[in-house]
Design a protein around this ligand. Structure first.
Ligand code: PAF
Length: 295
């Protein structure tokens, strides 16, 4: 257990898995329940809302910060990804997290590491088409974090909705004894979903970006009565391009649980989208609920 050199606040830091386990074991012996918030740092109010939410469910809150190379493909923004550990620790102290787990790379991927945790099918659609291997990197690191920390509950933001559903599938399939919670999307005043990548946007790009939630909202309103969801998706993608997005990776309406493509909104669904402005790739999603009977 150590304090990070830049840390001016009081949240303790574990930088090894043995330090983490030692602390968690002591808490469990006292009868405390443990919540884990896995993050890649660059914490914003979306992450802090996850800390707040999991605190309602657990006695002790661990926040991990690890920029996971395995979920970045060659040419993606691994090197540019914002790293600001001192600020993160300050934010975690204010949010009254109980422990920050900031492992060095070797704690997660020691020499000789050769295992991949892969959720089939669900990882190959939506973002999986445009970021091959991404979700395998996510599930591998999340499996490790869950095994290292052994929390009662872990929470992931609904902003990365596909990731959340894949992690739920993995935890069920591998009998990992953890409850997975989803945290609601936190939006800035202009409607843009909070994301560590929003810092990449110029002022003008940000003005374009806010069209993403607006256009999705419009599709959400139309979807329950729509007889052609594929057309609705195409229209939304065209609207994004017209609004100034350089390219649209996808706009799709899928079952909210298993992410299967659906033809009609008869049970809870989700609209999910990814689109690019300049070099920045933004994702967003919203619930689509069936129209109330007689409505
Ligand atoms: O959502 C993220 O920040 C990451 O994908 C996660 C879950 C921390 C795994 O690296």
């Amino acid at each position: 257990m150590s304090h990070h050199p830049d840390n001016t606040s009081t949240v303790p830091v574990a930088d090894t898995k043995s330090g983490l386990r030692h602390r968690v074991r002591a808490w469990k012996q006292e009868g405390a329940t443990i919540g884990l918030v896995p993050t890649m740092g660059a914490l914003h109010h979306g992450h802090l809302s996850l800390v707040k939410r999991i605190r309602e469910a657990c006695d002790k809150v661990v926040v991990s910060i690890f920029v996971n190379p395995a979920q970045f493909a060659a040419g993606e923004d691994l090197d540019a990804y914002p790293r600001q550990v001192a600020d993160d620790l300050e934010a975690l102290a204010t949010a009254a997290a109980d422990l920050a787990y900031i492992p060095a790379g070797g704690e997660i991927y020691p020499d000789g590491f050769a295992t991949l945790v892969k959720v089939r099918d669900m990882g190959d659609i939506l973002c999986g088409v445009h970021r091959p291997g991404h979700f395998d990197g996510v599930t591998t690191v999340v499996a490790k974090l869950l095994l290292q920390c052994a929390p009662d509950t872990a929470i992931f933001g609904e902003k990365d909705y596909q990731q959340l559903q894949i992690i739920r599938r993995m935890a069920t399939d591998l009998d990992i004894p953890v409850t997975i919670l989803g945290g609601k999307i936190i939006r800035d005043e202009d409607g843009l979903a909070a994301s560590s990548r929003n810092v990449y946007l110029s002022k003008d790009e940000r003005k374009t970006a806010v069209n993403l939630p607006r256009i999705l909202q419009d599709a959400v309103a139309r979807a329950p009565a729509s007889k052609d969801l594929r057309r609705l998706e195409r229209d939304a993608a065209a609207a994004l391009k017209k609004a100034g997005f350089n390219s649209v990776d996808y706009v799709e309406i899928r079952d909210a649980d298993n992410l299967a493509l659906i033809k009609k909104i008869t049970r809870p669904a989700r609209i999910l989208a990814a689109a690019r402005i300049g070099k920045t790739r933004l994702i967003d999603n919203m619930p689509v609920d069936p129209a109330p009977p007689g409505g």
